[in-house]
Design a binder for this molecule. Structure first.
Ligand SMILES: Nc1ncnc2c1ncn2[C@@H]1O[C@H](COP(=O)(O)OP(=O)(O)OP(=O)(O)O)[C@@H](O)[C@H]1O
Ligand SMILES: [Mg+2]
Length: 274
């Protein structure tokens, strides 16, 4: 058996966010009082090494907040973002912890694994409840002992990894249902950051809309159009089930429709509008 070469890598991002050349260090637009409070909590928790859990609906900005925390930490290593659901039950241990050359999973070459790649940095695990169950205990052991075993290796390697996990579901329920490791849940316990849905922080809606308008207009070489007051009211009243990601898409599309003219309510393609 060899490690399947066509496995789609769960890694979505690995670079030092501290690099001045990083083009990925996007702004975190947090204007609503609830968001400001959350930013303060994130800044207070950032310098420590304890594990954190970011709870929030899809598209609320969990990954962006995790990057923000990494940037405000004192950790010089990489921010490694991994989608837990993309870690296969069959090959997951090698994906997460790596393997040595000649291991039954690996063929001729060795492989570092996501956990080792985050050494000195931050491992961001998206939708942690989707991590295959047997790996949950192994993850906890590596975090607690600060040692990892590559598949096929006889000796442990010292590692220093900070875990920032994200979840859109209530992990307490997953523990009660027996699908999530109780000890891993307890390990994440104290570091909870609740990211409210966009409809619960209405004060962020227009600042975000303007931010996305500015960045897309700049990219398209357009002047930044104003948003009519009718359109502003529509944006503030929409429930945003897809949260900030949905808002960005709506604004992007409105810009394409309106060009540099004022953005009106008729340019906002929302469910229920023609
Ligand atoms: N406060 C914010 N300021 C600026 N951009 C934001 C903010 N929140 C979210 N975004 C942008 O919205 C998009 C979705 O954010 P992100 O991917 O971090 O959400 P997520 O909660 O991880 O989503 P998912 O649940 O789908 O994994 C990204 O393009 C992100 O840059
Ligand atoms: Mg995400």
């Amino acid at each position: 058996m060899s490690f399947p070469p066509n496995l789609s890598p769960p890694l979505t991002f690995a670079e030092s966010d501290k690099s001045p050349l990083s083009i990925r260090a996007k702004a975190l637009v947090f204007v609503d009082p609830r968001s400001r409070q959350l930013r303060e909590r994130a800044e207070a928790l950032a310098p420590g090494n304890q594990a954190l859990l970011i709870r929030g609906e899809t598209g609320t900005g969990k990954e962006l907040l995790a990057r923000y925390i990494h940037r405000h930490s004192e950790r010089g290593g990489l921010f490694v973002a991994v989608s837990s659901g993309a870690i296969s039950p069959q090959w997951g241990e090698a994906e997460l912890f790596g393997h040595v050359a000649g291991a039954h999973v690996g063929g001729a070459s060795s492989r570092a694994g996501w956990f080792g790649s985050a050494n000195g940095g931050t491992l961001y695990l998206d939708e942690i409840a989707d991590l295959p169950r047997p790996l949950q205990g192994k993850l906890l052991a590596a975090l607690e002992t600060r040692e990892l075993y590559r598949v096929g290796a006889g000796q442990a390697l010292p590692v220093d990894v900070r875990l920032v996990a994200a979840s859109s579901i209530d992990l307490a329920r997953a523990v009660a249902a027996g699908t999530f490791d109780e000890r891993l849940y307890a390990y994440l316990g104290d570091g909870l950051l609740e990211l409210p849905a966009l409809r619960q922080r209405v004060g962020d809606i227009l600042p975000l809309a303007e931010y996305f308008l500015g960045s897309h207009a700049q990219r398209l070489g357009l002047a930044i159009p104003p948003i009519s007051s009718a359109a502003q009211s529509v944006l503030e009243a929409h429930p945003w089930p897809g949260n900030t990601r949905e808002l960005e898409n709506v604004i992007h599309f409105a810009l394409l429709l309106a060009g540099s003219a004022e953005i009106g309510a008729e340019h906002l393609q929302l469910p229920g509008t023609p």
